[in-house]
Design a protein around this ligand. Structure first.
Ligand code: ADP
Length: 387
């Protein structure tokens, strides 16, 4: 008899693949990763990782042949190669057309605006003079963005005046090509909708999450998001429209700006996302399980919160030698927290894990999650005394 267990192939082997693998165990899904390096977070835990270059079309094609469906841990995959694989009959979810939106912020802005979705005022420019003209027309501050390849705020410069624009322009335009310039939004909160979508359009969304950034990097999640009640359904509606527009299959994160009076779409990710990490311990079905269910065209699980309040805090490296693992016993002493470490080598500014706390109130969840995360981020490599 044929083995009925599906093989899901994930391109990339970071923490997202690692947590997908974990979610797939209960469903006996065979998850294989295409890892750039043998010590990548998921390559260290999944059986038979394939070590290969995701930029090599031959490596990708060979990997696709040993999987029932191909999916992504990151978005740095050539869309033309994915489209070729789809044309050759491979199931690629999300597909190349969808990925194009996530890879290029200028393409995304243009198509979202054309579809009538609210986005920040923006222009795609090739000269500093045009960026200055945009600022004159729209007022300071403005934000310069490299359309492709940025993450964690790298490739984004918020500038308040002409001098600042000059300095940012040098960096933004350094790698040549277009620069996206947009109006600086007076942010009251950043929020996100994390949803899973199946081929054909069925969607399940998690409650609105507030995403707290520091230095352009996501540091904390709060559920439910602390914005007025009527903002929640409006955000859900916008996200559902975005997901249909890009025809995503799998998990999609729709990041939104709230300026106190309205919502604007910032950007999307078409894979499991940091803003959904709280769902592992705080939702009926985690983003990772629903991603697998969606790409396998299985029924999706509900994603409502299982507690009145949930908070996740990222564990971020502050030097190259302090391992959060050394402080696990101390962190686990905080009640009602769940620790997730990604098995990555510590480095300043690198996300090494996250901690989730569930509670009856947001204040209590935040207090516990921060306390545990602080303990994990304590300096030093030796275990804390007295734990
Ligand atoms: P990345 O892809 O690196 O996450 P984003 O485009 O999401 O970059 O921008 C990173 C952060 O910069 C956002 O989370 C937000 O805090 C800030 N930001 C980006 N665009 C704007 C804008 N138009 N107005 C105000 N803040 C912005």
């Amino acid at each position: 008899m044929n083995d009925p267990r599906p093989t899901v192939g994930m391109v990339g082997a970071g923490q997202l693949a690692r947590m997908c693998w974990q979610a797939g165990i209960g469903l006996d899904i065979d998850l294989r990763v295409l890892a750039a390096r043998a010590n990548d977070a998921a390559a260290r835990v999944t059986p038979d990782p394939v070590i290969g270059d995701p930029d090599d079309p031959n490596a990708l094609a060979a990997f696709a042949r040993c999987c029932d469906v191909l999916t992504l841990d990151h978005e740095l995959v050539d869309t033309a190669t994915l489209l070729d694989l789809e044309a050759a009959g491979h199931a690629v979810r999300p597909g190349g057309e969808t990925l194009r939106f996530a890879q290029d912020k200028a393409f995304q802005r243009r198509h979202f605006a054309a579809a009538g979705l609210p986005v920040p005022e923006h222009a795609v420019v090739t000269t500093r003079g045009d960026a200055e003209a945009f600022a004159r027309d729209h007022g300071w501050s403005v934000v310069l963005k490299r359309p492709r390849g940025g993450y964690d705020g790298r490739g984004v410069w918020q500038v308040d005046d002409r001098d600042g624009l000059g300095r940012a322009w040098e960096q933004a335009a350094a790698s040549a090509g277009d620069v996206l310039v947009e109006q600086g939004v007076g942010l009251v909160a950043e929020v996100a909708v994390l949803l899973a979508r199946r081929p054909g359009g069925q969607q399940v969304a998690a409650p609105l999450v507030e995403t707290v950034q520091r230095d352009g990097m996501l540091r904390e999640l709060v559920v439910p998001a602390r914005v007025p009640a009527d903002v929640h359904p409006e955000a859900m509606d916008l996200a559902a429209r975005v997901a249909d527009l890009v025809a995503v299959v799998g998990v999609c994160a729709v990041e939104l700006f709230w300026d106190g009076s309205g919502l604007l779409v910032n950007e999307i990710a078409v894979r499991p996302h940091n803003c959904g990490h709280w769902t592992i311990d705080g939702a009926a079905t985690s983003q990772f399980e629903n991603h697998l269910r969606a790409v396998l065209v299985w029924p999706l699980g509900a994603m409502h919160a299982t507690h009145p309040a949930v908070c996740s805090v990222n564990v971020v490296g502050h030097d190259d030698s302090s391992w959060p693992q050394a402080h696990l016993a101390a962190a686990l002493g905080t009640s009602d927290v769940h620790v997730h470490l990604y098995g990555k080598q510590p480095r300043t500014g690198r996300t090494l894990g996250h901690v989730t706390a569930t509670a009856d109130t947001i204040d209590a969840a935040r207090e516990r999650a921060h306390a545990a995360a602080e303990r994990l981020m304590a300096p030093g490599t030796t275990p804390d005394p007295a734990t």
